[in-house]
Design a protein around this ligand. Structure first.
Ligand code: ATP
Length: 610
């Protein structure tokens, strides 16, 4: 039994592959398109799929993968170039390379491995970077490797070309076989929890850490894998045209690769394939029209059509295509999902998942306890928290209230590792967790929700919860994971919204989904930051009952930060009151309601329910 994501990827793979092979075969048999162009099309598909696997899943647009493309091309050339050519072009190469005359099929895994090794080295840096700095660093990789290709003359023949590559090695079985492998790896990876985790990080990194997902590990893994796939493409490339040089692995190729994935839609493997096909054809058209550089010398006939000869047409046209796509359809031609989802007949049976539900029967042990001692946090001079000590036991609902700016969210952020304390101690089940990361705290039993809802908005409601289930129970099969996630959704009355994109859910549903996702971690303690903000009175009543059920059924301890004082008074066993970062009161609801310091702190605020 497989889950919906796996089915989507498997069907897309099964649909795309025969179509690509069919087109290649038909075009080749009828000679409508030259063999070289078809082979280049395969190379571009592999490269785009490799790049898209990283960039689409992580959301980090890499401008650096052409470096791996180039390395793949040179490494394969070292082993496939005839020995006589090597003694002439690369006389300083080690003897075993000098003498090697491998087939391309043998050289491919070596090229991929070398690229993955370079991926490991560069990935150690890339996994620490985000957004613009990641894009710029990746671009630096292309520049560095371009200079290395030129400078490392004994390995690359420098600025001169490395020519004489055996083009007879560019056979259909090798090219189609490599494409099947690349697409297979990409679709397989997309179907795994690793891709879902990385997509979660792409959507909301802080929230992904809060359910125990380690972003760096996932970025690293996809970076290394994609380096290997793009390296394979580079290795094939050299054998299509028979000659490689550093200029082939620089800006123009970078631009073309980026255009492919943006045009088709880089979040899906199918989108990358479509983009690669379109850009391959476009590149062929534009390249021919540019053959008379610097002139407007008449026209060129391509595929039976007359095209004007214009200098710089390729780059100009790619730029315009990218601009049009980004403006009209930023998600690319194919959108965010795989091709299978476009055909209802192949789409997952959406009722199917709902039939199998399984709510875990865990119970938090009564000895579990969450404590803070003298916890302090200052933001460059401003003391947001000062010496705050609280205690939450298993099975308790503890309120944390205070006027705006009192430090409640800061407290939750420090407790859950999103911020580090300036001073003081956090103890979770008698272990000191003050310096634990958010990921470790989540895995050790702290679940949380956010004041400003942080869902993985490109994932369905079900997948949001699945992401947490797979962290909590890595050994579960895909079907069981889905069933457990459905169990949590049903528990929060969200079963019928399982396949709705979480970003499209109503506000109240989004709040409950955050709770379902946190619960799926099977935490000892749940820290809720204003869970009923934005809910109507019916939804608030429902959630109140839900929280009581969570405590009675699972024995979880809840720390509730809430401005709805009526709710806090009705629900909580004990209440702590913060004001200007300091605890000003603690006790039973009835005592807090009459506490003079609390009433004083709330002057000017809504205190009807105190
Ligand atoms: P609210 O109920 O309005 O959400 P709160 O009790 O959650 O408020 P916090 O958001 O924790 O309060 O803020 C506590 C204090 O710390 C406030 O004075 C706030 O301005 C300040 N603060 C919060 N975050 C930062 C930050 N990143 N940098 C500097 N100051 C901050």
């Amino acid at each position: 039994m497989i889950d919906q994501r796996t089915r989507e990827c498997a069907v897309s793979f099964g649909l795309l592959l025969p179509v690509i092979i069919g087109i290649v075969w038909a075009a080749s048999a009828t000679e409508v398109v030259g063999r070289e162009l078809l082979l280049l099309g395969c190379v571009n598909i592999i490269a785009a799929v490799g790049l898209g696997l990283f960039s689409g899943t992580s959301g980090i647009l890499s401008l650096g993968h052409v470096a791996f493309f180039g390395v793949g091309a040179y490494v394969a050339a070292w082993f496939t170039l005839p020995a006589a050519m090597k003694s002439f072009l690369l006389p300083d190469m080690p003897l075993f390379v000098q003498e090697a005359e491998w087939s391309l099929a043998m050289a491919l895994p070596v090229a991929a491995l070398v690229c993955m090794l370079l991926g490991v080295i560069s990935g150690a840096v890339m996994m620490r970077l985000r957004d613009t700095s990641a894009v710029i660093a990746s671009f630096g990789l292309v520049v560095i490797f371009y200079l290395v290709f030129i400078g490392a003359k004994p390995l690359t023949n420098g600025k001169q070309s490395l020519y004489g590559l055996p083009v007879d090695q560019a056979t259909w079985p090798v090219f189609i076989g490599t494409m099947v492998v690349a697409l297979g790896i990409a679709f397989y990876m997309k179907s795994t929890r690793f891709a879902r985790n990385l997509e979660a990080t792409r959507d909301e990194e802080q929230a992904s850490r809060s359910i125990g997902i380690e972003p760096q590990f996932h970025i690293f893994m996809f970076w290394v894998l994609s380096a290997g796939i793009v390296g394979l493409a580079g290795a094939l490339y050299g054998h299509v045209i028979g000659v490689i040089s550093p200029s082939g692995f620089y800006l123009e190729k970078t631009f073309a690769l980026v255009a492919m994935i943006i045009l088709g839609g880089y979040r899906s493997v199918s989108g990358c394939v479509v983009g690669a096909v379109v850009i391959t054809i476009a590149e062929e058209i534009f390249r021919k029209t540019e053959e008379h550089l610097g002139t407007f010398a008449g026209t060129e006939t391509i595929f039976g059509f007359e095209f004007p000869l214009v200098f710089g047409l390729t780059a100009i046209s790619f730029s315009i295509m990218i601009l049009i796509i980004l403006y009209t359809r930023p998600q690319g031609v194919l959108g965010y999902r795989e091709i299978a989802t476009m055909f209802n007949v192949f789409a997952a049976n959406k009722d199917d998942a709902g039939k199998h539900t399984e709510l875990p029967t865990y119970k938090v042990s009564a000895e579990r306890v969450l404590e803070t001692h003298n916890l302090s946090k200052s933001y460059s001079g401003l003391n947001a928290l000062e010496d705050v000590g609280i205690k939450v036991g298993a099975g308790e609902i503890i309120g944390l209230i205070g006027p705006n700016g009192a430090g409640k969210t800061t407290f939750i952020n420090v407790l859950t590792g999103s911020l580090f304390a300036t001073d003081g101690k956090i103890e979770l089940n008698n272990e000191v967790g003050t310096e634990w990361s958010a990921v470790k705290l989540a895995r050790k039993g702290l679940g949380r929700t956010f004041q400003n809802i942080r869902l993985f908005t490109s994932l369905s409601a079900l997948e949001n919860v699945i992401a947490a289930v797979t962290v909590q129970s890595p050994g579960l099969g895909r079907r069981e994971v889905e069933a457990t996630a459905m169990g949590w959704l049903n528990f929060l009355n969200l079963g019928d919204k399982a396949h709705t994109n979480s970003g499209n859910l109503a506000y109240g549903d989004q709040r409950r989904l955050e709770i379902a996702r946190a619960l799926a971690l099977e935490p000892d303690f749940l820290l809720l930051d204003e869970p009923v903000a934005g809910m109507n009175s019916v939804e608030t009543e429902d959630l109140k009952k839900g929280l009581q059920q969570i405590v009675s059924k699972f024995g979880i301890g809840i720390l509730l930060v809430e401005h709805d004082l009526k709710m806090v008074m009705q629900l909580c066993d004990r209440i702590y009151v913060l004001n200007k970062g300091q605890l000003i009161a603690e006790g039973l609801p009835k005592d807090i309601a009459t506490n003079a310091a609390v009433i004083e702190a709330y002057v000017g605020e809504e205190t009807d329910h105190l």
